[in-house]
Design a protein around this ligand. Structure first.
Ligand code: GTR
Length: 337
């Protein structure tokens, strides 16, 4: 047997080969900048949560990687984000779940109108079993859920009048997120739904293509919609969550120990986001009133809820086991309220 020769360097070509082979087999993330998508501006609570997460990426990788949040949907159009995450073209993103029920049936339950009264009720479920169930489901779509962010309470707003009763909606052109459920919601109220990406709502208001829309107060303010549609009625028809997601492709390039740290960083970023959100809500109504916004109390919700039957019924009848399980958890929590 030939003795092993110690101390003799491998030829350069072989060193390069071993290095490349090692990298391919272990699949580590090459030192680089991770890119995060958000539809909002940099000072919005969502981006503040994401920025905290981005800093944590640097710490977790001991400075090997960095992460950057790109606001205002700069990286890709809103409707393409889930696909781009799945393909690894975007590393992480924060999205509202409302537009995704058509693609991920188990998320449909979270887009149901009049389900939760406030974010506290919603998070009581999402920070527990329901949240875990949906996180497991999302992995099948090649994304990893890192945190439940707050999408707050959504209300309708209009250029010239309050929308309190069902009859107020007749024939009104109202923007909704591009999802069949939300189009049906406006149709059921007698209005004309206009599905549009978030970033196109302002232009549509300016051109008179829509009479109004619906959203939470921080979005209503940050987009400037209040200047063109200053009647904000507290319909409280939706309380919805948002999610911080990482591409599974990016995720799998981190070690199991780093993945645990990323999950914790995502959870903490969601807490930070919710704090920033609640802080913003404290003063927003007074600020908008000074800008001329008229706030109107919502009317009796009963007739509105009854109009939502076409949305609820397919969910009750859903054959998808996960949707049924998710619905069961929500109904059980409602019974306990
Ligand atoms: C915002 C939400 C976005 C998106 C948007 C919309 O409040 O933060 O994720 O859902 O509404 O209506 O498209």
């Amino acid at each position: 047997m030939r003795p092993i020769r110690r101390g003799r360097a491998l030829p350069a070509w072989m060193r390069a080969f071993v290095c490349v082979l090692g990298c391919v087999m272990a699949g580590p993330l090459q030192a680089r900048e991770l890119h995060g998508w958000s539809v909002h501006a940099d000072d919005y609570p969502v981006n503040q949560g994401m920025q905290q997460f981005a800093q944590a990426v640097g710490r977790i990788s001991a400075g090997e990687h960095s992460a950057r949040v790109h606001g205002n949907a700069q990286l890709a159009p809103q409707g393409s984000v889930l696909g781009k995450l799945a393909q690894g073209e975007i590393d992480f993103a924060e999205i509202g779940v409302l537009g995704y029920g058509d693609r991920i049936p188990a998320l449909r339950v979270l887009g149901m109108p009049y389900l939760f009264q406030d974010s506290e009720q919603m998070f009581a479920l999402l920070d527990g079993e329901l949240g875990r169930l949906l996180a497991a489901e999302l992995r099948k779509y090649d994304v990893v859920l890192l945190g439940w962010y707050d999408g707050g309470t959504r209300n309708f707003y209009h250029r010239s009048k309050p929308l309190r009763r069902v009859s107020d909606f007749a024939g009104e052109k109202l923007r909704v997120a591009a999802s069949s459920g939300h189009m049906q919601m406006v149709e059921s109220l007698g209005g004309k739904p206009v599905p549009l990406p978030f970033k196109e709502v302002l232009g549509a208001l300016e051109k008179g293509q829509i009479d109004g829309a619906e959203n939470n107060l921080p979005s209503y303010e940050s987009t400037g919609h209040y200047k063109l549609a200053p009647h904000y009625t507290l319909t409280r028809h939706l309380v919805s969550p948002e999610v911080l997601l990482m591409s599974r492709r990016t995720w799998e390039q981190f070690s199991p120990a780093a993945q645990l740290q990323l999950l914790e960083a995502g959870r903490l970023s969601a807490i930070h986001m919710r704090e920033q959100w609640n802080r913003r809500l404290l003063e927003i109504q007074a600020r908008l009133e000074k800008q001329g916004v008229k706030f109107h109390a919502g009317g009796d919700a009963g007739p509105m809820v009854r109009r939502m039957r076409p949305l609820y019924e397919p969910l009750w009848a859903s054959a998808d086991p996960l949707s049924r399980q998710a619905l069961g958890l929500v109904l059980r929590s409602m019974a306990g309220r």
